[in-house]
Design a protein around this ligand. Sequence first.
Ligand SMILES: *Cc1c(COP(=O)(O)O)cnc(C)c1O
Length: 376
Amino acid sequence: MTASSQHSATGSVPGASPRLRAALDGLPAYVPGRARATTGRTFKLSSNENPYPPLPGVLETAVAAAGRLNRYPDMFSGELLAELAERLRVPVSHLAVGTGSVGVAQQLVQATAGPGDEVLYPWRSFEAYPIIVQVSGARSVQVPLTPGEGHDLDAMADAISDRTRLIFLCNPNNPTGTPIRRAELLRFLDRVPADVLVVLDEAYREFIRDPEVPDGVEIYRDRPQVCVLRTFSKAYGLAGLRVGFAVAHEPVAAALRKTAVPFGVSQIAQDAAVASLRAEEALLERVASLVDERTRVTDELRAQGWTVPESQANFVWLRLGDATADFAAACETNGVTVRPFPGEGVRISIGEPEGNDELLRTAQTFAPVPPLPTDR
Ligand SMILES: *Cc1c(COP(=O)(O)O)cnc(C)c1O
């Protein structure tokens, strides 16, 4: 066959389609938490969002920014970076914003790893990690959680190879809520080669109450290999606006500026984030009430006989094994959506008290599942 018969002028070769990278084959799909479209009161406890509306003044700020939608946003997010730099006591050159901290995580992988490289993280953990890694062409190395549902840092250190380029630590871990404490983190970091990037994903930082859980920004200061990820999606209640950021030394911060989608973070998101930072008092109040609810839900579930790992996030984890789907369906029937991980367990976001009450009522109707081994 001649080239001209294979590729007609119109490009309409039957059955042909553009050639895509093999890395996309079999990519796991990110499963968003379900929102139920029914009448009557329903509670979405499936995506770890803040159940409360934006903080005081934030909506007005966002609406004002919407009046300038004909203009591109500030490409460098100058006002937001200045506000963050002052609060965190870091140089502006050590900050980078992105389209949610998932966007920044993707940039970090893009900047460090490709075919032949390895990215190491605990499992089960944040479901975006395997997707981001696979798209990059690098290989995921997943280290099972401990029986207590936390990071197995010794096993993770043992799993580092010459090909490891990036390590995600999820503190506290999504979906189990379990934290990494200071002493074990420092011991782990001492075992990581200096040319491997360690990303501390702190999406739930504001909900931490255990004083032994370190602030990643303090850990980063004298460790150039550490990068901290934070987001406005959870405690700050701006999940819909897509803005998160990283704190990292040069050259990692510079790599994030290089890999950013130009103008990715809208002006609405930038301005709303600044206004949210300035509404700190109201933020702390809301976070405190969610933490109180977390304690109440944990205590009541345990009183019902459930094994609930100690959570430092705005969700709790029930390892249900084969009963996972039935539990999620029963919640759904009662107007509560949770996030099932089939065959493993459910993650239940802490919502408003009525939603938490409904969840507790549903859990009460189930015989508690005895503790299961985690490495299945
Ligand atoms: C929710 C979450 C994020 C943040 O996502 P955004 O893209 O900022 O909305 C990051 N990491 C973990 C572990 C999360 O659970």
